[in-house]
Design a protein around this ligand. Sequence first.
Ligand SMILES: Cc1cc2nc3c(=O)[nH]c(=O)nc-3n(C[C@H](O)[C@H](O)[C@H](O)COP(=O)(O)O)c2cc1C
Length: 340
Amino acid sequence: MMDSTAHVAISAPDLPTVRLALQRAGRAPSIHNTQPWRWEFDGTSLCLYRDNDRLLTAADPTGRQLVISCGAMLHHVRTVLAAGRWRTDLERVPDPGRPDLLARLTFRRWADPPEGIMARAAAIEARRTDRLPLAAPPGFEEVVRSARMLASPHEIELDVLDDRARPLLAEASREAGAKRRYDVDYQAELHWWTGHSPDREGIPRTALPSGAEAVHVPVARTFPTPPHSQRRGDIDDHAKLVVLSSAGNSLTDWLHVGEALSAVLLECTRAGLATCALTHITELAGARRSLEGLTVCDGVPQVLLRVGAAPADLTSAPPTPRRPVGEILTVLPPMARDMD
Ligand SMILES: Cc1cc2nc3c(=O)[nH]c(=O)nc-3n(C[C@H](O)[C@H](O)[C@H](O)COP(=O)(O)O)c2cc1C
């Protein structure tokens, strides 16, 4: 994939190809599985818009996590299209007068996309957010090396925290949970997204840890607890803790964070590792400052990741739901006429 401000499209995929690409890329992670994105296709370019109706006004009033989620979807789409031999040229936030328009993609044929992109595209279907305890990840140094390379074009730094950070982050998690416990708006929002419409959006109960399971994962967002279960009851969490930080904190920085997050998650999945993105710490100013003190780079901590190995004795959790493509894609004339 290549970024370019020159967007001379010499060809473009047809509508069924775009639909299929959006369907596959729709597996992208998003905060509370809100899927806060909309797309428009006019036969030449594919535009990504933020969907402000899906903003979490209590947890994410500035829309930072909404835009990070859109960035993850953007990277997923480019990865799927690249695996289908479509190279995309990208303009981020192309029109300052329309801040809801986050990205515009145009297309060129691509004879031989790199192996790594094909492997990451294949990982999209397998990736899940894993909130249960994880074992230490084998081959982690090598995965970190490639993850850093994937994040660097986005100017995103990747810090691996050492084990001394674990109790400090567990404490920051506890404090974040305590601060939110009586925040009525935050709790209402969280319960809405973990309790309704389980076939289209939100986090299903099966993807959340029970009380007994959550005890083993001290660095985590506190969710409503589903009925008792004791999956992986015999292990404590030994996931590596990784921080993604950006140089600035602008709309474009957030988009880059999401793109880098997507690349890192898919690279971990490709390597057989389990992941969980966490933002409960970075969404509170005080807790975020405690994270700043733990990273080597001077950037703004945006997302914390748990990366580990899921025991093979358990079947992987069912995928979380997604909205149908028809709901996130608008086809503009003249393409719209072809649908009749
Ligand atoms: C910006 C962002 C922030 C997230 N924050 C959290 C979090 O704090 N805790 C958590 O357990 N999952 C978090 N997630 C994971 C989402 O809940 C998850 O991607 C979504 O429910 C879809 O499920 P899936 O990743 O298994 O497909 C976050 C994801 C993104 C993109």
